[in-house]
Design a protein around this ligand. Structure first.
Ligand code: CA
Length: 506
């Protein structure tokens, strides 16, 4: 120790960089990247959830850093995954909708593999093509199923018994256990949960049975000041959740998750009340009942995710890997939890735009810290390459937020972000749109409708009042439009995919 101190003193005097254990190429960090599907930040207690507790996911916040402004650039599963592994927007990586990812292009996994990492991908991949750049992969076919799922392991289809979230953690632990010990590892551990159709495991099936969960503040949004896009969207709690979603079978029909006509939407339902008697529900009462059913199953799926995050963290602790492993927890986008009367995502509104992002890496990140720096899903790849000591490829559109992890915000850090959504009309008739979000405002352009919306996020955090038409905002609108078109140009969005429609069968 004395010798090391002497070396540090000399190095400091000469202003020389010194590599000590845990730093530099000799001991690059392992990376455990845990991503769930459709897990909104407001269903994580570290983000102030009022409807559930996630004690294990929260460990990453108490032992690491919570980002308060992490945003997706195109809020839907497949495009977000493509953006994450390429560090590029949809119009550059070629995946604006549910189309097949061209796996021949450079990716984060390929760069890390070339840099000497042992790379793995386990769970929901959902990019159509087989994973590339991974030494090991074991993925769900397409969306996958919750119970007794099939997996494709390095091209080989296998059937498994058990619950999908448990199996993904099992396989992830096996991957870490079996890794070559002379290399750092990079593992993408991707949950299917809590994606539709929200099938919980037996352990959590009765969780929340005895409680009434609060409805969100915007549960009865009437879209009064919005353009017609909100009204057109087919993802409302009351009119679009199906029998399959609600695990509902009318009296006299087969029990189970609505075996007959699972896609049917009921506007009158006969359900069992708290007193055990059947009651016929419609209108407002039925909407409330559907919300409780939907949100409880969604949160039950998350409870299993949280348990399994705990298993993974415990495994790292037990193996002495916690110190030298960066652990990330995020989701491919946000989700509406009854907000604005919706389930699903897609819109640029906050609940869907915001991604949870919690990260722990003790050598670099102060425990219990938070960052208000605006980060995007296209930043993940540059950041992890930077962390690994690799040069960030010039064609990546994201930027490394390694300085933010150290608690430093560069003076020129972004104060606005560009968003673009394409997928229409499947599956929920959400109109294509693009827009800009700054630290205080959001401007959205529904390009097929030629309609605009403007929200003041400080005065109106729930985005209930579109103030685009207010003459007092004329200057503001002009500035935001300039910023939006500046970003659009800088990111080389030349509307090359504006007419791209979802391909069938992916
Ligand atoms: Ca998703």
């Amino acid at each position: 120790m004395r010798a090391l101190n002497a070396l540090l003193t000399v190095a400091a005097a000469l202003a020389l960089p010194v590599l000590v254990a845990g730093e530099g190429a000799a001991r690059r960090p392992n990376i455990l990247y845990i991503m769930s599907d459709d897990h909104a930040a407001h269903a994580i207690s570290a983000y102030g959830s009022v409807i559930n507790k996630t004690p294990n996911i929260d460990r990453l916040a108490t032992q690491g850093m919570r980002f308060n402004h992490c945003y997706v650039t195109n809020s839907i599963c497949t495009p977000s995954r493509a953006a994450i592994i390429t560090g590029k927007y949809s119009h550059i990586n070629g995946v604006p909708v549910f189309n097949r990812f061209d796996g021949s292009q450079p990716t984060l996994a390929k760069y890390l593999q070339a840099a000497g990492y042992h790379t793995g991908m386990i769970g929901k991949w959902h990019l159509g093509s087989d994973p590339t750049g991974f030494d090991y992969w074991n993925i769900l076919p397409g969306q996958g199923v919750y119970h007794d799922p099939g997996f494709i392991e390095m091209g080989q289809r296998n059937k498994h018994t058990g619950y999908v979230t448990d199996l993904i953690a099992d396989f992830s632990i096996e991957f870490i256990k079996n890794r070559p010990k002379d290399k750092p590892f990079f593992l993408m551990c991707h949950n299917k949960a809590p994606h539709r159709p929200w099938d919980p495991d037996d352990k959590h099936a009765k969780m929340y049975d005895d409680v009434e969960l609060p409805e969100p503040a915007t549960f009865n949004d009437d879209y009064a000041t919005r353009c017609p896009a909100a009204t057109e969207a087919t993802m409302t709690i009351d009119r679009h959740l199906t029998r399959r979603d609600l695990k509902y079978s009318p009296p006299g029909e087969d029990k189970g998750p609505a075996r007959k006509g699972g896609g049917i939407v009921d506007l009158t339902m006969t359900v069992t009340g708290k007193d055990g008697k059947e009651v016929k529900l419609t209108g407002e009462a039925l909407k409330k009942w559907k919300y409780q059913k939907y949100i409880k199953d969604y949160l039950r799926c998350i409870a299993s995710v949280d348990d399994n995050v705990g298993r993974l963290l415990d495994y790292l602790d037990k193996e002495g890997l916690a110190e030298n492993t960066m652990v990330i927890y995020t989701s491919d986008q946000g989700f509406f939890l009854g907000d604005h009367t919706w389930f699903d995502k897609r819109f640029m509104y906050e609940e869907s735009l915001k991604m949870p992002f919690l990260v722990r890496y003790p050598p670099l990140i102060k425990s219990g810290s938070t960052s208000d720096g605006m980060i995007l899903n296209v930043d993940f790849a540059p950041t992890l390459l930077d962390l690994a000591g690799e040069k960030v490829p010039a064609d990546m559109q994201g930027r490394s937020f390694l300085p933010l992890l150290k608690g430093e915000t560069p003076k020129d850090w972004r104060t606005s972000m560009y968003y673009r959504y394409y997928h229409y009309p499947q599956d929920h008739r959400v109109q294509p749109h693009y827009g800009v979000r700054t630290l205080t405002h959001k401007l959205i352009y529904f390009n097929k409708l030629d309609q605009w919306e403007l929200y003041d996020l400080e005065k109106d955090p729930h985005e209930l009042k579109n103030v685009y038409g207010d003459p007092a905002n004329a200057d503001l609108v002009k500035q935001l439009k300039e910023e939006m078109y500046r970003l659009k140009k800088e990111l080389k969005d030349e509307d090359q995919f504006q007419d791209k429609q979802p391909a069938a069968g992916v």
